[in-house]
Design a protein around this ligand. Structure first.
Ligand code: DGJ
Length: 750
């Protein structure tokens, strides 16, 4: 890791592992993007900005300033002064004029990485910041009196480059920020593909790859959350790039609200990537002396395909974003009552579930929606966070005490950001809901969103949650959010600041979760939003795990978890075994397969265990043992995608390999049975070619112990054999069948 300034050449060079990022200061102090890719370390690389080609820089050819601006590879593009590609920044002056042009003023290279006040951000592990460096480039628009600091950080153990921007109004009049994205990146790519994650409720983060074409291609959200539909991620890649080969340039946004991510191919075949807060509905009034900081963007380059990109994101998030004490700790195996009972439960029913679950080795009971106010359907009482004593006589302390007496921990569900029209809270404070005065507010799931830009609302919400957590020993909170924003208005913000509401809401949310984890440092927090509508790096800063999707069907989950694990470590993906027929798709899959798929995440149950067959309860005991055995590997290891059911329409296979390559776990799901085929050859990845691995087939059978295949000399293979020759897996009979195989280096006794 290194950041250096080459004064003679006017270049800044950032080295992160094998990756190099170069920024150039062109004549007239335009800040240009020179290079992002595999390390080249050539001081002549400034020529890649092409300022010597026509139409030159304005100092040499003023009559073509516009052509210059429209082709120059900008580090932070601005609107209205000749660059017609999409820009990062658009500012309106107090007099009402739009236009902005930035010129370089100076730089600082700092040890460590500054925090972004109020925002989630990657951080150094070392308290003195010895494992990080930050470059700050100071730029200015003299006419507006606007200072912009462009920040770039790198870490000693990562190849990612982290970007953000800070804007300071140094003038005497307010400035109106109509658009403030975090970053753009210009590159040459006349042919390539764009990769995004897309979906809907119950089918989040499916990978979508499409050819890049002339013009703008964008994914975005202005729903007030990152959303089910699009994800704040974008990559462009060579046509030939795949899991293990080819170039990939990726950007991921550390933010949980509105976003846009765009790839724009220009008239000259160059591509500009842009990422930041969505400008739709956004306007920030920057008063004199005030500062606005953008959320950060993680930029990743890989010359070894998506696999390497995935490893860079996983390690960055595990080492520099997730703060929870649970990051490297075993998470309790939980059972959640949502799919078991929905709203129809009471203390006795919950205890019945807890007793049976405890017998089988489950460690925590989570009480989901419906425990407060008079909430027996989803129409009521969000906002009235008082225990419903009709359902839970003796209140929460009594229930928690009984659950803990069984030797289990207790967790609880909240949806703190919402209010139901029927609640006492809404009757008392209709002005606390986000709405446009004079308009009937739009309901969604019969609820409104609270105005978190308002400090008294943040205070009320915080105290509602904290009061409950102080009342009993509660180990876990599922923080849910079940609607998107509409009629975005705040009577509190007044006429001038309405454009700030979306972003101020997200800042309010971050403040709430920050306070929560500070007051309850041992709390295991799991974020959730109608399943996975706010599964983003921003939320990971507060909670080490996020509920992936309301779709718990093992086969649907293959694609959801494939897309999610493209960027997120397996330890962050909330995944549970649920009952069949599955409540969302009605599919029936083997209990064993449901267990294997959920084991690629945080693992738990989402069913009424008291209604299961004895055989299934035995399988739970087996799964619990497997979880204890394998979860450190799943949590800490390197994830490899071996085969994708999305691509081959037949089977799915992934692998987790220990960092020291001493062990590996392979999960194989044969989605549809195929007649008359020979065995399937699976080439493994990431092993030590020289090591000898003992192969164990994990056989999980009801009424039996988990069987480990007999180890004979035939079951010991060299890593090279397994990676280049392959492992022969017999065809399985029946749809949705699966297998798990464990490899351990014979030199190491486990
Ligand atoms: C949506 C979540 O994703 C579900 O798991 C459940 O908690 C419901 N909300 C409860 O309303």
């Amino acid at each position: 890791m290194r950041i250096e300034y080459l004064e003679k050449e006017g270049l800044f060079r950032l080295i992160a592992g094998e990756t190099e990022y170069v920024i150039g200061i062109a004549d007239e102090k335009y800040v240009g993007h020179v290079y992002f890719g595999k390390q080249i370390e050539d001081n002549r690389c400034g020529c890649l900005m092409r300022t010597e080609e026509a139409p030159f820089v304005p100092s040499k050819n003023l009559r073509e300033k516009c052509s210059f601006a429209d082709t120059f590879p900008a580090e932070y593009s601005t609107w209205g002064m000749g660059d017609y590609r999409d820009s990062c920044l658009n500012v309106r002056s107090a007099a009402g004029f739009r236009g902005c042009e930035l010129h370089y003023q100076g730089y600082r290279i700092l040890a460590g990485k500054p925090e972004l006040p109020g925002l989630p951000a990657t951080f150094c592990q070392d308290k003195e910041g010895k494992d990080g460096r930050t470059l700050e480039l100071e730029c200015r628009d003299e006419v507006l009196g606007l200072k912009v600091i462009l920040r770039y950080s790198v870490f000693a153990d990562s190849e990612a480059v982290i970007r953000s921007a800070e804007l300071v109004n140094e003038g005497e009049e307010p400035l109106y920020l109509e658009r403030v994205l975090t970053a753009c990146m210009d590159m040459d790519m006349e042919e390539g593909d764009m990769l995004t994650l897309a979906g809907s409720w119950a089918r989040e983060r499916h990978m979508v790859r499409r050819p890049l074409a002339f013009g703008k291609q964008m994914v975005s959200s202005f729903r007030g959350e990152s959303g089910h539909q699009d994800h704040p991620f974008l990559a462009v890649m060579g046509r030939d790039a795949g899991q293990d080969r080819g170039e990939v340039y990726a950007m991921h946004f550390v933010y949980s609200g509105n976003f846009m991510a765009e790839a724009e191919m220009s008239q000259f075949g160059s591509v500009r990537l842009l990422m930041g807060i969505h400008p739709e509905g956004f306007e920030w009034v920057l008063e004199p002396g005030k500062t606005f900081i953008t959320p950060e963007v993680v930029c990743v380059y890989s010359h070894e395909g998506l696999g390497k990109m995935t490893h860079i994101f996983h390690d960055l998030y595990r080492n520099h974003l997730i703060r929870s004490p649970y990051l490297h700790a075993k998470r309790p195996i939980l059972i959640n009552n949502w799919e078991a009972t929905y709203f129809d439960f009471n203390t006795e029913k919950l205890l019945e579930i807890a007793r049976e679950a405890k017998k089988r080795g489950v460690e925590m009971l989570v009480m989901d929606d419906g425990w407060f106010g008079d909430r027996n359907v989803d129409e009521g009482h969000l906002g009235d966070w008082e225990v419903n004593e009709k359902k839970l006589p003796g209140g929460l302390p009594h229930l928690v005490e009984q659950v803990r007496a069984l030797g289990m921990e207790f967790g609880i569900w909240f949806e703190p950001e919402m209010v139901s029209p029927k609640s006492k809270l809404y009757q008392a404070h209709p002005e606390w809901a986000i709405r446009i005065p004079e308009r009937e507010p739009v309901q969604s799931r019969a609820q409104y969103v609270l105005d978190l830009s308002r400090p008294e609302v943040v205070e009320y919400v915080y105290e509602s949650v904290a009061r409950i957590l102080r009342s009993a020993p509660i180990s876990y909170v599922k923080w849910d959010m079940n609607r998107q924003m509409t009629d975005v208005g705040s009577v509190w913000l007044g006429q001038k600041h309405q454009g700030e509401l979306f972003h101020r809401y997200v800042l309010g949310l971050y403040e709430l979760q920050e306070r929560l984890i500070k007051e309850f440092p041992k709390l295991l927090l799991e974020n959730c939003a109608s399943g996975g509508a706010r599964f983003d790096p921003g939320m990971l800063y507060y909670s080490p795990q996020i509920w992936c999707s309301d779709d718990t069907d093992a086969i649907e989950r293959l694609e959801i978890q494939e897309g999610t694990s493209l960027l997120y470590p397996l330890s962050t993906m909330g995944a549970h075994v649920s009952a069949c027929p599955n409540h969302i798709v009605g599919r029936v899959t083997p209990f064993k397969t449901r267990g294997y798929v959920a084991m690629a995440g945080t693992f738990g149950y989402e069913l009424d265990i008291t209604k299961l067959l004895e055989e299934e309860k035995h399988l739970i005991e087996e799964q619990v043992k497997m979880y204890h055995r394998f979860q450190p590997l799943v949590r800490e290891g390197d994830y490899y995608r071996v085969a994708s059911w999305r691509e081959n329409h037949r089977y799915d296979c992934w692998q987790v390999v220990a960092k020291d390559k001493s062990e590996a776990l392979i999960t194989y799901v044969q989605v549809l049975a195929e007649p008359n085929w020979h065995s399937r050859k699976i080439r493994l990845k990431g092993l030590d070619p020289e090591a000898e691995y003992r192969l164990e087939e994990i056989e999980m059978e009801a009424n039996h112990q988990t069987k480990v295949g007999k180890t004979t000399a035939d079951q010991i293979y060299k890593g090279a054999f397994l990676m280049y020759g392959g492992l022969l897996l017999p065809r399985l009979t029946g749809d949705f069948m699966s297998k798990m195989i464990y490899l351990s280096d014979v030199r190491i006794c486990r």
